[in-house]
Design a protein around this ligand. Structure first.
Ligand SMILES: [Zn+2]
Ligand SMILES: [Zn+2]
Length: 318
């Protein structure tokens, strides 16, 4: 695919973006009219973040996917771009790489600093779909897709497939679509994605797939939505700001603050590449630490009574 061939796709994407905003507005109007509750402030903040993100779309693909063109020049195979199975293989490959990108985006703080933007809304609605990071193109999101360039997929096609994958994910941000029966656990559905956006301890770090959930099933990260556990949306420590600049950069500011206080190379590496909530001394506030703390607090008898309290929200840097 040449750049000129990619232009119609870009035009299509702008149109799809406009349609997404229109649908999110209609959702807001209908939910408000039905008195189902709709947070217009969060929705407008998401729109502002989406507008700001456009400034970063000028970052060239060679920067967003460093080494991608070099790997493609030294590719293992030249795939026929007019064969349907090439595109099917690209879809499967992007889905696999997306799973690992998204899992690392939640488990490695460097990537979480960008991805947390998407999870910062405290309401779950269609507008959350376009609350996406400004810094992902500068911080290596697309390096997870480099093996595909080496296998013979053009970097432009990989980037386009990645964007189409995100486009699919628009509708799964509907809080009002019920569970979809046999599709659950196969396709990424609104129910599965509600769990992904939930900050409840039982729901953290689950359902990373883009279009499919098969890799979550395969690698043990699929968690179905439960009737007895309503989702609490947003971050573990909720972000209440609706300032798009703060939403885009609050995790980077927190990371820089921690790095400034680091006293050893191990602390620097831990803050950068450990899971969110990692601390150089003590258990920190990682998912595992929070769950262990909750389990001790819930345990009956003396061990439960002696259990340390959950870390204060202000200490939860995630
Ligand atoms: Zn996520
Ligand atoms: Zn989402």
């Amino acid at each position: 695919m040449t750049l000129s061939e990619a232009v119609p796709l870009r035009t299509l994407l702008i149109a799809m973006g406009g349609l997404a905003v229109a649908l999110a507005l209609i959702e807001g109007v209908v939910l408000t009219w039905l008195r189902r509750g709709y947070d217009w402030g969060e929705s407008l903040a998401s729109l502002a973040v989406a507008v700001g993100r456009r400034l970063f779309e000028a970052v060239p693909l060679a920067v967003a996917m460093p080494g991608g063109f070099w790997l493609y020049e030294h590719r293992l195979w030249t795939l026929p771009l007019d064969a349907w199975w090439t595109w099917l293989a690209l879809f499967a490959g992007v889905e696999f790489c997306y799973y690992w990108y998204h899992r690392c985006a939640h488990r490695v703080r460097w990537f979480w600093a960008s991805h947390a933007v998407h999870h910062s809304a405290n309401a779950f609605n269609l507008s959350a779909a376009y609350r996406l990071s400004w810094t992902g193109r500068l911080t290596g999101t697309l390096v997870f897709f480099l093996p595909l360039a080496w296998l013979g997929f053009p970097p432009q096609a990989i980037a386009a497939a990645f964007v189409l994958n995100l486009l699919y994910q628009f509708w799964i941000h509907a809080g009002w679509i019920p569970r979809l029966g046999p599709l659950e656990g196969i396709l990424n559905t609104p129910s599965a994605h509600r769990v992904h956006h939930a900050a409840n301890l039982d729901y953290l770090d689950a359902n990373y797939g883009g279009v499919l959930l098969v890799f979550d099933r395969l690698f043990g990260t699929w968690v179905p939505e439960r009737d007895d556990l309503p989702c609490r949306y947003g971050l573990v420590e909720p972000l209440t700001s609706r300032n798009p600049f703060r939403i885009a950069f609050f995790q980077w500011v927190a990371l820089l603050r921690d790095l400034r206080g680091a006293r050893s190379p191990r602390a620097v590496a831990g803050y950068l590449f450990g899971p969110p909530g990692w601390a150089p001394d003590g258990p920190g506030t990682t998912t595992e630490a929070l769950r262990a703390c909750a389990a001790r607090a819930a345990a009956p008898g003396p061990s439960g009574a002696d259990a340390p309290a959950m870390p204060p929200a202000a200490a939860v840097a995630r």
